[in-house]
Design a protein around this ligand. Structure first.
Ligand code: SF4
Ligand code: SF4
Ligand code: SF4
Length: 267
């Protein structure tokens, strides 16, 4: 368990949006039944979506969104300098999120295709930790408000932070959901980090891995299962690539087993 502490009883929090849909930032203002207590525990000093305050004396910076423009690189560096704790919030901030899919394309050509004669400034998508050090990551698309509340409580009280080492399957089974594999569909639940309470399988969709890899995922078993159930390598790679949490590019190292095993699957 990670152990972080902020000194103030009522920490000053800034929420900053980068490239994303801002759904993660909006989650902070969600869940009315606990919103009052949540806001009593913190002081919001900079949060464009909910307050006109724009102070720069925050202790904790919550970052929503990925880094996809040069000006965002400079902005996140300045925020890092000010913040005692910097938290990447959501799949975009943690992994690049759906924005990372653009890295598979020629950005100049895509820019011309979409914006014609008025191209926009852009660059390959990066997660926040690819630009500045990050103290804590809370993945999800969007983040789960319960999890944010737990993290803030633990930070304020200096308690060890809860972590979800186990995969989504465990929470899925706790809900008595019929396995999507038994319905003839694929699902990344066996290798994806839990904490979301498995809403997608319960709602009729396989997991798409928005929380990134579980601790020590068993890729061998997972790919063997997918192959046995008749899924193609491309189907599984498409799923793994969707939120950017599973690094499947041949030149990167964090998840080399994914390449090794995925390449053995028939396309
Ligand atoms: S992680 Fe999802 S909900 Fe959050 S900003 Fe990105 S796209 Fe929006
Ligand atoms: S539906 Fe997905 S998450 Fe649920 S048990 Fe099956 S593989 Fe695991
Ligand atoms: S089930 Fe999978 S895709 Fe759905 S919220 Fe959980 S981790 Fe994300």
């Amino acid at each position: 368990m990670k152990h972080l502490k902020i000194e103030q009883n009522c920490p000053r929090i800034g929420v900053f949006d980068f490239t994303g849909c801002e759904g993660c930032a909006l989650q902070l203002a969600n869940k009315e039944e606990t919103l009052g207590a949540f806001l009593d525990a913190i002081e919001v000093v900079n949060f464009r979506e909910v307050s006109s305050a724009a102070r720069q004396d925050y202790d904790v910076a919550l970052i929503d969104g990925a880094i996809t423009r040069p000006d965002e690189v400079e902005r996140i560096k300045a925020i890092r300098e000010q913040a005692t704790l910097l938290v990447a919030m959501g799949s975009c901030a943690c992994f690049g999120g759906v924005n990372r899919q653009k890295n598979a394309y020629d950005l100049d050509a895509a820019n011309r295709e979409v914006y014609g004669d008025c191209p926009k400034e852009t660059m390959p998508t990066m997660s926040v930790k690819e630009v500045v050090p990050v103290d804590l990551e809370i993945p999800g698309c969007p983040v789960n408000k319960d999890e944010i509340e737990r993290v803030v409580q633990h930070l304020v009280w200096g308690l060890p932070l809860p972590s979800y080492a186990f995969p989504v399957c465990l929470q899925c089974k706790q809900r008595y959901t019929i396995c999507r594999f038994d319905m003839g569909e694929s699902c990344l639940g066996p290798i994806t980090r839990a904490g979301c309470n498995a809403p997608c399988p319960a709602g009729g969709l396989g997991c798409w891995g928005c929380r990134g890899p579980a601790e020590a995922p068993n890729y061998d078993e997972f790919f063997a299962l997918c192959k046995e159930r008749g899924f193609t390598r491309q189907e599984i790679v498409d799923r793994l690539s969707f939120f950017g949490g599973f690094d499947i590019s041949p030149s990167t190292d964090p998840w080399p087993d994914v390449n090794a095993v995925a390449n053995e699957m028939e396309v």
